[in-house]
Write a protein of this length. Structure first.
Length: 184
């Protein structure tokens, strides 16, 4: 099977359920940005030191990459489509909340804004967080024009929080301190 089909050469793409939409359609923007987020998390995991620095967090990120395929499939498939696809479920959101609580445990209390950065793995996690927030905005925007599984928004909201906590944890684990933002 060839990777190219030529069916998208006119600027449209097929969605699950059989219809075609413009490649700039809000649905495509939503799940395309989720795909970009998945790639950003892959970049985090590609750092040579990521497994040592992240420890159990690396396994969480690998699980999350798989879950992002569920988020993408959910967004790519109209809710009324007669296609059986996995959907984001409440248990996935609850797992993220448990991950946040466990990763945040032992970190210094946050009393100020911090600047994104630190060690390369932490900086990459901060970058993934910003991509996650953009994905969340795209999904919310798409939800204004179509019925969506609202759990996708909640999932992305929690995931952005988890990526923030993971970045702080990576810095702390490496002995690097968060850089506090100071207004001029």
């Amino acid at each position: 099977m060839k990777i190219y089909t030529g069916t998208g050469d006119s600027g449209t793409t097929g969605i699950l359920g059989g219809s075609r939409v413009a490649k700039h359609h809000p649905r495509i923007e939503a799940y395309g940005t989720v795909d970009e987020l998945n790639a950003a998390i892959g970049m985090v995991l590609s750092h040579e030191t990521s497994v040592d620095t992240l420890g159990p967090t690396a396994n969480m990120l690998k699980r999350i990459q798989s879950e992002l395929f569920v988020v993408g499939a959910d967004l790519a498939t109209p809710l009324d489509a007669r296609v059986d696809v996995p959907r984001v479920e409440e248990r996935m959101v609850r797992q993220l909340e448990a991950d946040i609580d466990g990763t945040d445990e032992g970190l210094d209390e946050l009393k100020s804004f911090i600047l994104p950065g630190g060690i390369p793995v932490a900086a990459s996690l901060h970058f993934a967080r910003t991509v996650c927030r953009r994905a969340e905005r795209r999904v919310v925007q798409f939800g204004e024009s179509a019925e969506i599984n609202e759990k996708t928004v909640v999932y992305l909201n929690r995931l952005a929080d988890l990526l923030f906590v993971m970045a702080r944890h990576a810095n702390a684990s490496a002995g690097s301190v968060d850089v506090i933002w100071k207004s001029e």
